[in-house]
Design a binder for this molecule. Sequence first.
Ligand code: SF4
Length: 192
Amino acid sequence: MNLETKILNGLERLSEALKALLWEKAKVYGISPIQIQILLFVANHKTEICNVSYMAKEFNVTKATISDAVRVLLKKEYFEKDFSPIDNRRYNLSLTNLGAELVDNLSGYAIQFEEELSSFKNQDLKIVYDTLTKLIFQLNQRDVIQVQRTCFNCKYYSGDKKNSHYCNFLNSELKKQEIRLDCNEFEEAASS
Ligand code: SF4
């Protein structure tokens, strides 16, 4: 078995373990894993992208799947609708106080991962992070990962994507570990 295949097997196992942890939390609060993912997404992103179409792309599922989950979360009063001023059929989602309380309870679902990661040397973590950011960008270029808000795909980024990185929004050089995978200031570059 070559190293690439072994890494893939490892990523698969990690992904399964994360899903299992998410499922455990979901059972405690009586909501589904996709509903948790939607809640965490809305809690951590600007309102302009918290809508059914965007999240369907983000999670690689149909709009109907997101709509069903959102309907339940609205009924449970975890979300409120922020209607578009120009088209009252379109809306974005934001958390209610009840939703924010639930997110607080959910957000530590992967604490075991964080604890174990913190046992590694900082230098090793930087190498892993650097590889992950590049892998995600390359898979995005091949349409395997549909949505990503990383520096390498951002109009504010300049650099060689290897050793030199600069953010024109922050007006600052970025070290490898400062490359963002999910940046709120991200704007898609015209050529990407
Ligand atoms: S705005 Fe965010 S995503 Fe874009 S280059 Fe700067 S840090 Fe990276």
